[in-house]
Design a protein around this ligand. Structure first.
Ligand code: SF4
Length: 492
């Protein structure tokens, strides 16, 4: 507790979600886990997007004092505004009634007054952006600034990079939000008062976790707030595709466990199978696995891609957040059960797609089924065909040989330890005991993409090579997992 509590823009937004979250942000931040590689990539992306958005305002003044030198930032902002020469300010600082904000872009309007700009690295305006800008407007008005316009600046998903020069005007999309943020001014004023009063209390507010913990953001203190929870063994959340109305009915009847669902309660056939498996504590084979796998023709290949999706397009013909494959792994099972592995990781900064296309066509040849575990590989292949038209026919032929193992699992077998998910990460350790991803430094696709982008930007050769090795190991595990999974399905 502080005798003089204060707020920042991000803390105001935390308090808008939950007062306890704001309390923790203010006084017990260590209760949140440190940012992982994926979150760090989100921060890095935000900085890169913010820097480019500022380049649209030549002659703008960047406030040099950072968050550790707030007094300096406030004073520098005051001086630049008074000087009246800079057409725009980047990261200007303002404080009003205990609320400090730093504005992404404050633009001087030719007819007088200012435009407040909030830069987001997303591709669309979101509801949550409105209170974000509203609290900034409240502070700026509070210190007497004549703000006449407000906007959220996002990336433009329709922009296509020509591979030569980024067209910054086309890369960004401006969303005017003045009316919406004006309408929130009284509410902001009221909530700021509530939050400051709460922060001046001697103890944290008593708030229980609930749906608000995930809206509009996943709260980083969820692990802490639920540390004493006794979670159900197999909660109703494990029922696949449970309709919200059905879920509400069960919650109303205080039914948390699948095993307690009454027999007459209406469920889909798959949900009924899940109930039977949970009650019987055993796997249920409910479809014809042999018939499903009979369509496979040898030699059977197993394919997995890893992709990354840069916010700022790097390669000709791509738009913000287009997925670009940078790595694939292929295991091939020959007659007699001998297994062969090949992969390709693009280690240079240039466009990986032509290299991936060439190497993949060689790796899978022209014969045999190609197993995947999702339809994502099909999407990647059609993207590759559009990018490398000279190999489009061969890529289409590869695509025609794809065989998705995921629906085979979903339509034929359920084990209580799947916990309602048919993701390979859940299914693998159950159907192939002893095989999982726990020993890997890169445990999932999101981390793989984040680590790849960081490695590309790194000048540390050893670190870079280590990441590339880890990426290959992860992708190889994905395809080996499919081999073992298919063998386990055969055995079932
Ligand atoms: S986990 Fe939920 S209850 Fe706890 S601080 Fe976050 S939003 Fe509030």
């Amino acid at each position: 507790m502080s005798p003089n509590p204060s707020l920042s823009k991000s803390r105001y937004l935390s308090g808008d979600q939950c007062h306890l979250r704001l309390w923790y942000d203010s006084y017990e931040r260590d209760l949140a886990p440190p940012p992982d590689a994926s979150l760090q990539t989100v921060f890095d992306t935000g900085h890169e997007v913010g820097r480019l958005a500022c380049e649209r305002h030549p002659g703008g003044h960047n406030i040099a004092h950072d968050h550790r030198h707030i007094r300096g930032a406030l004073e520098e902002t005051r001086q630049v505004i008074e000087a009246g020469t800079a057409p725009a300010l980047f990261e200007p600082a303002f404080r009003h009634q205990g609320v400090l904000v730093r504005v992404d872009i404050l633009e001087r309007l030719s007819g007088g007054g200012w435009r407040l700009g909030e830069v987001k690295s997303t591709t669309r305006l979101k509801d949550v952006n409105i209170p974000d800008v509203a609290v900034q407007l409240w502070v700026l008005r509070g210190v007497g600034l004549d703000v006449r316009e407000a906007e959220v600046v996002t990336l433009n998903r329709d922009y296509v990079y020509d591979g030569i020069r980024l067209d910054l005007d086309a890369l960004f999309k401006r969303h005017p939000v003045m009316d919406e943020v004006e309408a929130l001014q009284e509410i902001v004023s009221f909530r700021v008062g509530e939050m400051l009063a709460m922060l001046a209390q001697p103890a944290a507010p008593d708030i229980s976790p609930g749906d608000h913990c995930f809206t509009p953001y996943d709260c980083p203190y969820y692990g802490h707030c639920t540390r004493d929870f006794v979670w159900p063994d197999h909660g109703i959340g494990e029922l696949p595709s449970l309709h919200p109305n059905r879920r509400a009915q069960l919650e109303e009847a205080r039914i948390e466990e699948i095993r307690d669902i009454p027999a007459e309660f209406s469920l889909t056939s798959l949900q009924r199978i899940v109930c039977r498996a949970v009650r019987g504590k055993r796997a249920i084979v409910h479809g014809d696995i042999s018939a499903a796998l009979a369509r496979l023709t040898p030699p059977v290949h197993y394919l997995d891609f890893e992709t990354f999706a840069p916010a700022i397009p790097r390669f000709a013909g791509t738009s913000p957040y287009d997925s670009v494959p940078f790595l694939f792994s292929v295991h091939t099972e020959h007659a007699g059960a001998s297994l062969e592995h090949t992969d390709y990781l693009h280690e240079q900064d240039d466009d990986p797609r032509p290299h991936i296309a060439d190497r993949l066509i060689d790796a899978v040849g022209t014969k045999g089924s190609i197993c995947t575990y999702s339809h994502y590989e099909r999407t990647v292949l059609s993207g590759l065909a559009a990018t490398v038209p000279e190999r489009a026919d061969e890529l289409a032929a590869v695509s025609a040989r794809l065989f998705d193992l995921l629906p085979v699992v979903r339509n034929t077998v359920y084990h209580p330890e799947f916990h309602g998910s048919f993701s390979i990460k859940n299914v693998l350790p159950v159907l192939v005991p002893g095989m999982d991803y726990d020993d890997l430094d890169i445990p999932d696709g999101r981390t793989a993409s984040a680590q790849y982008m960081q490695a590309l930007g790194s000048t540390e050769q050893q670190e870079r090579q280590q990441t590339f090795d880890d990426l290959r190991t992860y992708c190889e595990r994905d395809t080996l997992a499919m081999v073992r999974l298919r063998q386990a399905l055969d055995a079932l």
